[in-house]
Write a protein that binds this ligand. Structure first.
Ligand SMILES: [Zn+2]
Ligand SMILES: [Zn+2]
Length: 154
């Protein structure tokens, strides 16, 4: 699949207290339908992979939560914006795509080139929504298999 990257994007949370610098951002994003995303987002999670996230401002306001042994979610504790999650280094050995940023945050930062490229944990999707258009839909076990592969890439 084409892997279009944007070298650097500066994004802010809703209350503008947290400022992130997003590096090597992929414009093709993944929709996650897993049950954790239903809790966190009240719906699917739209996540765009990138190679690094640097916190420019508001680091003291960022609260983290580990919904799984292998990943950590980061939130603005003032306004509740879901910022990004990162795979743990022991799990994700690749230098690429260890960080996944909320697509809405980046859209509001002015990035309008996004395209949904796949849906993961599709077997956990609630029946009350579905997206138009054709794209690969991966089950949770297929998703883990893909991430294990991606996480090992040099
Ligand atoms: Zn905020
Ligand atoms: Zn999810």
């Amino acid at each position: 699949m084409p892997d279009q990257r944007i070298s650097k994007v500066t994004a802010k949370c809703l209350c503008k207290s947290v400022v992130l610098e997003v590096h090597e951002l992929a414009t093709g994003f993944t929709t996650c339908d897993c049950s954790t995303c239903q809790y966190i987002h009240s719906g699917p999670g739209f996540g765009a992979s990138c190679n690094d996230v640097k916190i420019v401002q508001g680091a003291e306001l960022i609260k983290s939560y580990k919904p799984a042994a292998w990943a950590t979610w980061n939130f603005c504790s003032k306004c509740g914006t879901r910022l990004h999650y990162q795979f743990d280094e022991e799990v994700w050995k690749s230098k690429q795509n260890r960080f996944v940023v909320s697509v809405g945050l980046l859209y509001e930062a002015g990035i309008d080139k996004f395209k949904m490229i796949n849906e993961v944990s599709y077997d956990e999707k609630p029946p009350y929504y579905c997206f138009a258009g054709q794209r690969p839909k991966l089950s949770t076990s297929e998703t883990y298999a893909l991430y294990v592969l991606e996480g090992q890439k040099p």
